[in-house]
Design a protein around this ligand. Structure first.
Ligand SMILES: Cc1cc2nc3c(=O)[nH]c(=O)nc-3n(C[C@H](O)[C@H](O)[C@H](O)COP(=O)(O)O)c2cc1C
Length: 388
């Protein structure tokens, strides 16, 4: 096995192993990709304060996310089509998360179904739901999550319309994929990926085909997805979803303090400050810049998580120092999954944990729960000094 010392190592292997169509699907942002780029580069504007001669033995990164014990303040974000990055990808990622002791979030648009993931894991995972028009489908999704003993539901609120990713259109990436001559040729070179794909029966959207009215086969899926996402979504509708699910509820896709307060009002247990990894509104603020004003607005009245752009343990440490209770990672674990399946996701988590643990110690802290703004140097205006 190649030596993995950083997330970039996994990305290099991933790029060689997985068909271009699925690599591009993961590694793109919408339109000019400004927000996608700044999600990561804005972390570089925050500096960590090195401290010395402070006893750094007995360090712990263990904490809680929505009251659940975790080995470090990290969760695996919901990623649609994970099962196309590696055969049975959702099951493998969930297993790696379980072994490491961090939560796994299954996407509505996953290949492996809720029941499939539940059958192959022994700890509860979280289910992400998109807000769709079809009430019956929504209620059934929450019921299925309950039957599968999911320990939280995550409502994603920033994808009522799709931000455009140029490469996906050019590659024919849709649901189901439209194969072009180029993509077929490209897939034929990815031998290991293809052989594993041939061996699994899980190749379509497991939570939808056979569950949504009128979607009995993959070909009816694209019409269903185009028609189902509810552009009329408002906070009253989210209150209805709150009633459909009586477990812990997380609202994902908050970037503005006013929306954070709305989420608080509908009775969510946590929010995720997120711009969907730069895949939706291009030109929006990076999540790490958006975090400060949101923390100021909600204080400790609701748990605040952050995702988008997190690629290292140093990034996690900076977000926690800015007030987030934890970070979700998307691409960082998908690189690992595509590179080497379950082992690759474990490697991604190991790398991030080591970076987090070491950097925390070098900042003179031994307990992640005691990390605060004091370990950071934040440039003036980092969170904006915007005109009203
Ligand atoms: C390929 C891909 C697919 C995604 N699919 C979903 C999804 O189905 N549901 C969802 O809520 N978010 C989805 N997201 C967004 C992630 O949950 C998360 O917000 C984002 O990946 C965080 O940014 P990062 O990749 O820079 O860590 C997806 C992201 C990627 C990269």
């Amino acid at each position: 096995m190649p030596v993995i010392t950083e997330i970039e190592d996994l990305k290099r292997i991933y790029k060689r192993r997985v068909p271009r169509m699925f690599y591009d699907y993961c590694e793109s942002g919408s339109w000019t990709e400004q927000t996608f780029r700044e999600n990561s580069s804005d972390f570089d504007d925050l500096y960590l304060r090195q401290r010395v001669a402070i006893d750094m033995t007995g360090r712990s990164t263990a904490t809680q996310l929505i009251g659940q014990d975790v080995a470090m303040p990290v969760a695996l974000a919901p990623v649609g089509l994970t099962g196309m990055q590696h055969a049975d990808g959702e099951i493998l990622a969930a297993k790696a998360a379980e072994t490491f002791g961090v939560p796994y979030t299954l996407s509505t648009m996953s290949i492996c179904s809720i029941e499939d993931v539940a059958e192959h894991t022994s700890k509860p995972f979280w289910l992400q739901v998109y807000t769709l028009k079809d009430d019956d489908f929504m209620q059934r999704l929450f019921d299925r999550a309950k039957d599968a003993k999911c320990s939280a539901a995550v409502i994603t609120v920033d994808l009522q319309m799709l931000g455009q990713r140029h490469k996906d259109i050019k590659n024919g990436l849709s649901a189901p994929p439209k194969l072009t001559a180029r993509s077929i040729l490209d897939m034929s070179w990815r031998v290991a990926w293809g052989l594993e794909m041939l061996q699994t029966k899980r190749r379509f959207f497991g939570n939808i085909v056979g569950h949504a009215a009128g979607v009995d086969d993959p070909s009816s899926l694209s019409t269903w997805t185009a028609e189902s996402f509810d552009q009329a979504l408002n906070w009253d509708r989210i209150r209805e979803f709150r009633k459909m699910w009586d477990g812990p509820l997380i609202i994902k896709g908050i970037l503005d303090p006013r929306d954070a307060l709305e989420a608080l009002n509908v009775g969510a247990d946590a929010i995720v400050v997120s711009n969907h990894g730069g895949r939706q509104l291009d030109g929006a603020l990076s999540s790490i810049r958006a975090l400060g004003p949101i923390m100021d607005a909600v204080g400790d009245r609701i748990e605040v998580h952050l995702d988008s752009g997190v690629r290292s343990g140093q990034d996690v440490l900076k977000a926690v120092a800015m007030g987030a209770k934890g970070c979700w990672i998307g691409r960082a674990y998908i690189y690992g999954l595509g590179a080497m399946g379950e082992k690759g996701v474990s490697e991604a988590l190991r790398v991030i944990h080591k970076e987090l643990d070491t950097s925390m110690g070098l900042c003179g802290r031994t307990d992640i729960n005691a990390v605060n703004r004091d370990i950071l140097m934040v440039p003036k205006g980092f969170s904006g000094d915007w005109e009203e």
